[in-house]
Design a protein around this ligand. Structure first.
Ligand code: PSV
Ligand code: MN
Ligand code: MN
Length: 381
């Protein structure tokens, strides 16, 4: 239980806005209209769980005049501003790519956007610049896939040159969508190759929803930790594609296996620099409870992964005891830690049941009544 102390799970500002599919975006009363309202909602999650003292921003969705004032606003609510996410996927100019575009003017526009994000980081105190690119092609022959890698390397080098001493560039990969034939950063290997060429402060971001079905994600975790290049996680869960559902909802066992490799590889605890972030959208469920459930799921699987008897596991592995080793993992996975976690929370002045505490707080009814007028924020503005 002591090892649960200090766990931080960063919340994405966009999880509090309305989101949906290409078929429909459902509005919800009380949805934030501004980044300040998103931060206020995020503060509710931290208040009842003690797990999420940071909020990630998405620029330009969360653009404000004065980022130092925003930092102060967040600070007053007990939060820090975390990862800054760039956005080169919404402008017409980027139809055929951003950092990989053939036209140097478009590439420069995308690079300049990242410079702007670094300026934001300097004011918010954020450490990580996260880059996810929609760049790719839909048809064989549409683009020179190798030329695009070279241009990507060149653009990233220019951005990396501006990254401060205490900042990092994290490059996220995704195997498809919105491009369907090839994406320019489809997998961990490509992300690794690109960031390795940049330097020590360039790392890989692993989004759990960005892999083909059946991918052994914990193996990728082990490998990136081994290489010293696992920068951050975007946690969510998927049934079919980039579903962005609540982490641990689709496959809690996979989350357990991932967290076990994180712990085993030194990616967890005070000496680790691996950032845990959620990257989720709540389309039909309530957003604040959706985020509360998510951070609790990560904590719960962390607790189970921490409870693996690693000494016994090593002994079983070394003895070639296949079923014994597997049994040790399964014992930890099946151990119900919920009562212990409720006690852990109570001992820290937190509610034993954060979902219930939030529901009883009246906050949802209050924001539904207060936040009338203006435009509700969506996955986007
Ligand atoms: C798009 O797939 C995406 O979900 C990526 O995972 C990014 O992290 C996120 O959007 C925010 O830009
Ligand atoms: Mn992501
Ligand atoms: Mn995604």
């Amino acid at each position: 239980m002591a090892q649960l102390e200090g766990q931080v799970i960063e919340l994405p500002s966009w999880a509090f806005g309305n989101s949906g599919t290409r078929f429909k975006v459902f509005g919800t009363p009380g949805t934030p209209r501004t980044i300040q309202e998103k931060i206020s909602d995020a503060a509710q999650v931290h208040q009842v769980t003690g797990l999420s003292p940071k909020v990630a921003l998405h620029i330009p969705w969360d653009k404000v005049e004065d980022y130092s004032a925003l930092r102060e606003f967040a600070g007053d609510k007990g939060l820090a501003l975390g990862t800054v996410n760039s956005n080169t996927f919404q402008d017409d100019a980027y139809k055929f790519g951003s950092l990989t575009h053939l036209d140097p003017k478009v590439r420069q526009m995308a690079i300049d956007h990242h410079f702007e994000c670094i300026d934001v980081m300097n004011q918010t105190g954020s450490e990580d610049l996260k880059i996810w690119l929609a760049d790719g092609t839909n048809y064989p022959g549409q683009g020179d896939i190798r030329g695009r890698q070279d241009r990507l390397a060149d653009s990233l080098a220019k951005i990396y040159a501006r990254i401060g001493e205490n900042q990092r560039l994290v490059l996220e990969y995704k195997f498809f969508e919105p491009a369907f034939y090839h994406t320019d950063v489809p997998d961990w290997g490509t992300s690794y190759a690109q960031v390795a060429a940049l330097g020590d402060r360039a790392m890989v971001c692993l989004d759990t929803g960005h892999h083909a079905p059946g991918t052994n994600i914990e193996f990728i975790v082990a490998q990136l930790l081994r290489l010293g290049k696992l920068g951050s996680f975007d946690f969510n869960s998927r049934f079919y594609a980039d579903d962005d559902l609540i982490v641990g909802a689709a496959d809690p066992f996979q989350l357990f296996r991932i967290l076990y490799e994180v712990i085993r590889g030194g990616g967890y605890g005070p000496d680790s620099t691996v950032a845990f972030m959620l990257d989720q959208c709540h389309n039909v469920e309530e957003k604040i409870p959706g985020q509360i459930r998510s951070v609790l799921n990560v904590q719960e699987m962390t607790a189970r992964a921490l409870s693996v008897d690693r000494t016994a596991l090593t002994a079983a592995q070394e003895a070639g005891d296949v079923l014994g080793a597997n049994g040790i993992m399964m014992d930890a996975f099946y151990s119900d830690v919920r009562t212990d976690l409720a006690a852990w929370r109570e001992s820290r002045g937190l509610p034993a049941d954060p979902m219930k505490a939030f529901a009883a707080s009246g906050y949802q009814a209050k924001i539904a009544a207060d936040r009338v007028g203006g435009t509700q924020a969506g996955w986007g503005a």
